[in-house]
Design a protein around this ligand. Structure first.
Ligand SMILES: O=C(O)C1=N[C@H](C(=O)O)C[C@H](O)C1
Length: 298
């Protein structure tokens, strides 16, 4: 096993509710003012950490310079101690390794690394990919398993093999069966974070450690409260919050993420309703549904 560096041993860091922050745009350019205001308000609501440039942050639509600028902007807004991770947008191993080395210079709290999309590598190929990035970055790494986006899933045995490296600290798991979630929680030492917003409550009840949740942009206080209640064994109260949140989660994912989040925030004057192609802004119907869910949350 690789020796842990001190950052990776602060493992309670990878518990609680994290948000993969959206990247606001203004006439096509990054709107740093809106980004920083949003980041400050999420942190004030108790969000444990942010992930820049993930799926929700449209990381794959940002140039490398823009990704660095987003990260630096968040640091400037929140200070050096607030945890900010960053998503790996490169797909193939060699450019991902080179980019990981560069990102390491920013000292992010973690790298969020998905199974490379489209390529559908073998389990050994996936393992080599994650190992090469971890070695290059020498930072805490969160595995990101989202087979409905990437086309391939990390097997439990591969997760277990990767978990022998202390720098691999957590897995963000999306769309898994209860059986697989249970296995990840009980048969690996990784922090298991829900990546599928509709599953956050179930993952936490099974013993998962938190979530990286796009939906938690909207009423983050309720996600933070639900997590705290479950830690306190106050299941009934937590369940009521989960039930209240469900219509909003469904509305936010009725069209491609992060369109609905940006549409709501634009209607609230917090940013412009801009995404980058091939994404399109949410439809008027979707926005009405999100706004109705917003009102119902009170
Ligand atoms: O960007 C992320 O990280 C997330 N992406 C998922 C998706 O867009 O499918 C959803 C999850 O809430 C976080």
């Amino acid at each position: 096993m690789t020796a842990a560096n001190p950052a990776t041993t602060r493992n309670s860091l990878f518990e609680g509710i994290w948000v993969p922050i959206v990247t606001p745009f203004r006439h096509g350019a990054i709107d740093h003012e809106a980004l920083q205001a949003l980041a400050r308000s999420l942190a004030a609501d108790g969000i444990k950490g942010l992930i820049a440039c993930a799926t929700t942050g449209e990381g794959s639509s940002l140039s490398q310079d823009e990704q660095l600028a987003v990260f630096r902007s968040l640091r400037e807004a929140l200070g050096p101690d607030y945890p900010i991770g960053i998503g790996m947008a490169e797909i193939a191993t060699a450019p991902a390794v080179a980019w990981a080395r560069e990102l390491a210079g920013l000292q992010p709290a973690a790298l969020l690394v998905a199974v490379p999309p489209y390529l559908r590598p073998s389990q050994d190929g996936m393992r080599a990919h994650f190992e090469a990035i971890t070695e290059a970055a020498d930072l805490p790494v969160i595995l990101y398993n989202i087979p409905y986006r990437t086309g391939a899933s990390i097997d439990l045995a591969t997760v277990q093999a990767l978990a022998t490296d202390a720098r691999i600290v957590a897995i963000k798991e999306c769309g898994a069966s209860l059986e697989r979630l249970h296995a990840l929680i009980t048969r690996t030492r990784l922090k298991v974070l829900a990546g599928d917003d509709a599953q956050i409550f179930s993952v936490l009840c099974l013993g998962g450690h938190g979530a990286i949740s796009a939906a938690a942009h909207v009423r983050p206080d309720l996600y933070v409260r639900m997590h705290a209640l479950l830690k306190d064994q106050r299941l009934d109260e937590a369940r009521l919050i989960a039930q209240r949140l469900q219509p909003m989660i469904a509305a936010l994912f009725a069209e491609p993420n992060p369109g609905p989040i940006k549409a709501l925030f634009a209607a609230q004057g917090r940013m412009r309703d801009e995404v980058r192609l091939p994404l399109l802004p949410a439809s008027a119907e979707c926005l009405s549904r999100v706004q109705a869910a917003w009102k119902a949350l009170g």
